[in-house]
Design a protein around this ligand. Structure first.
Ligand SMILES: O=P(O)(O)O[C@@H]1C[C@H](O)[C@@H](CO)O1
Ligand code: GUN
Length: 203
C-alpha cells in the first residue's frame, strides 16, 4: 500500500481487522508523533507495538528518526494509539481524497455542457439536495453528517451512449440500501447523545 492514489475501503478494513486481532486495546485517542516526538509513545503503559513493515497493507516510514511503529497502550488512563513516524507528501504519499459536492436545482439532470462546467470548477459529485439541508441545519446550530450515495457517473461526453435517469438512480439505491442502513445504524449506535449541547443552552 505504498503511496497509492486510491486505497479501497476493503484494504483499510483488512489492515484494521489485522490490528484489532493483534491487540486488545481499543483506542479512544490517536496521536501522530512527528520528528523527535516519537518518545511519547514509549511512555504508554501496557504496550502493544507493531513495526509498520509487519502490518499488512501499511505504508513504510522512510524518514530518518521515525521509528516506523504503531504503538497501542494507555496514557493517563486513556487508551491511545501512537504513530511513531508519519507519512509525508515528499515521500510520495498523496493527500487523502476530499471531494466537492455541488447541488443543482433539478429536476432535470445536468446537460453535458453543464456537467463539463461543473467538472472544470472542481466538482466531484453532483446532486439535487443535501446542500440546502446542511445550510439550514447548520444555521440552527445542529452538527451535521451528510451522506450521499453515488449512484451513477455523470455523462460528460457527447459520444457517450449511457444516460442518467431516475429509474437507474432508484435501482442503485435499492441495491445499496442494506449497506447504507448498516452504516447509518452503526453511526447512530456510536453517536454521542450530548453533541447538540450548544442548542440546548441557547433555548
Ligand atoms: O435523495 P435525492 O432526491 O436527492 O435523490 C436524487 C436527486 C433527485 O431527486 C433524484 C434524481 O434521480 O434522485
Ligand atoms: N444532479 C444530479 N443529481 C443526481 N442524483 C443522482 N444522480 C444524479 C446526477 O447524475 N446528477
Amino acid at each position: 500500500m505504498h503511496s497509492k492514489e486510491h486505497i479501497s475501503h476493503d484494504e483499510y478494513q483488512k489492515t484494521a481487522d489485522w490490528l484489532m486481532s493483534q491487540t486488545k486495546h481499543r483506542p479512544q485517542v490517536a496521536i501522530i508523533c512527528g520528528s523527535g516526538l516519537g518518545m511519547l509513545a514509549d511512555t504508554l503503559k501496557c504496550q502493544d507495538s507493531f513495526a509498520y513493515a509487519d502490518i499488512p497493507g501499511f505504508p513504510q516510514s522512510t524518514v530518518q528518526g521515525h521509528a516506523g511503529q504503531l504503538v497501542f497502550g494507555e496514557l493517563k488512563g486513556k487508551t491511545c494509539v501512537c504513530m511513531q513516524g508519519r507519512f509525508h507528501m515528499y515521500e510520495g504519499h498523496s493527500l487523502c481524497k476530499e471531494g466537492v459536492y455541488a447541488m443543482v436545482g433539478g429536476p432535470n439532470f445536468e446537460t453535458i455542457a453543464e456537467a463539463r462546467l461543473l467538472h472544470r470548477l472542481g466538482v466531484d459529485a453532483v446532486g439535487m439536495s443535501t446542500a440546502p439541508e446542511v445550510v439550514v441545519a447548520t444555521h440552527c446550530g445542529l452538527r451535521v453528517f451528510g451522506l450521499s450515495l453515488i449512484t451513477n457517473k455523470v455523462v460528460k461526453s457527447y459520444e457517450d451512449t449511457e444516460s442518467v435517469n431516475h429509474e437507474g438512480v432508484l435501482e442503485i439505491g435499492r441495491l445499496r440500501s442494506h449497506t447504507v442502513q448498516q452504516l447509518v445504524t452503526e453511526l447512530i449506535d456510536r453517536m454521542e447523545i450530548n453533541n447538540n449541547d450548544n442548542i440546548n443552552k441557547s433555548i
